[in-house]
Design a protein around this ligand. Structure first.
Ligand SMILES: [Zn+2]
Ligand SMILES: [Zn+2]
Length: 184
C-alpha cells in the first residue's frame, strides 16, 4: 500500500485511538484508514454523534504542508475528496469517493479525535454538515462582533436575554418590543 502523497513510499501498520487498525507513511506521517477497518471500528462505538466546532478555535495545530496536495486512494486508486475543518488554522480531511477510506495528513487525526469528529468522518463530507458548520461559523463571527461593539458585560446580557426570550413561550413579544423600540 503506497502513500497517496509521497510517491513510492509504503505505508506500515499502526493502531489509532486505541483499537483502530490503520496505516502510516514513515516519511510524511500521514495516516490511512481503509473503509472496512473504519466501518467495523465505528460499529463498536456506542455514540457516533458529532457537532460543529467553534470557528477560530486555536488548538496550536499547524496543518501539514502536504494538506494542500491532492492524492489518490491507496486501496482502490479513487479520487480523494476533501472536507474542510474550520479552525483558526483550517485543514482538510480526505476521503476516497469510491471506497470510503480516510486519509489524514500528519497531526490531523489527533485533532479530529480531540474534537470528537473522528467517530463519523463520513458525515464531514455531507452538504448538511458543511451547511451546519457554515451556520456555526456565521453565529460565532456575529457573537464576536457584538462583544467588540458592546463590550463583554453588555454583550453577555444581550446573549442571556436572547436565550431567555428564545425559551419563553411568549418570547416573540419581547423581540417585537425591542424591534419597535429601535425602529426609528
Ligand atoms: Zn507520505
Ligand atoms: Zn478507495
Amino acid at each position: 500500500m503506497q502513500c497517496p502523497k509521497d510517491k513510492g513510499e509504503s505505508l506500515s501498520s499502526i493502531i489509532l485511538s486505541g483499537n483502530l487498525a490503520a496505516h502510516q507513511c514513515p516519511v510524511c506521517e500521514g495516516t490511512w484508514v481503509s473503509a472496512d477497518d473504519y466501518e467495523s471500528w465505528q460499529a463498536s462505538l456506542s455514540d457516533r454523534s458529532i457537532e460543529p466546532v467553534p470557528a477560530d478555535l486555536d488548538l496550536g495545530y499547524e496543518p501539514s504542508p502536504l494538506d494542500a496536495k491532492g492524492g489518490l486512494c491507496p486501496d482502490c486508486g479513487g479520487y480523494l475528496a476533501r472536507a474542510r475543518i474550520g479552525l483558526k488554522h483550517p485543514f482538510y480531511v480526505e476521503r476516497c469517493v469510491k471506497c470510503g477510506g480516510v486519509w489524514c495528513d500528519r497531526g490531523e487525526w489527533p485533532v479530529l479525535e480531540h474534537l470528537g469528529l473522528h467517530v463519523a468522518v463520513e458525515q464531514l463530507f455531507t452538504s448538511d454538515w458543511q451547511l451546519r458548520s457554515r451556520e456555526r461559523e456565521y453565529l460565532d463571527r456575529e457573537r464576536r462582533a457584538t462583544v467588540e461593539k458592546l463590550g463583554d458585560d453588555l454583550a453577555q446580557r444581550v446573549f442571556d436575554l436572547a436565550d431567555q426570550l428564545a425559551k419563553h413561550p411568549n418570547g416573540d413579544f419581547g423581540v417585537a418590543y425591542l424591534m419597535r423600540r429601535f425602529e426609528q
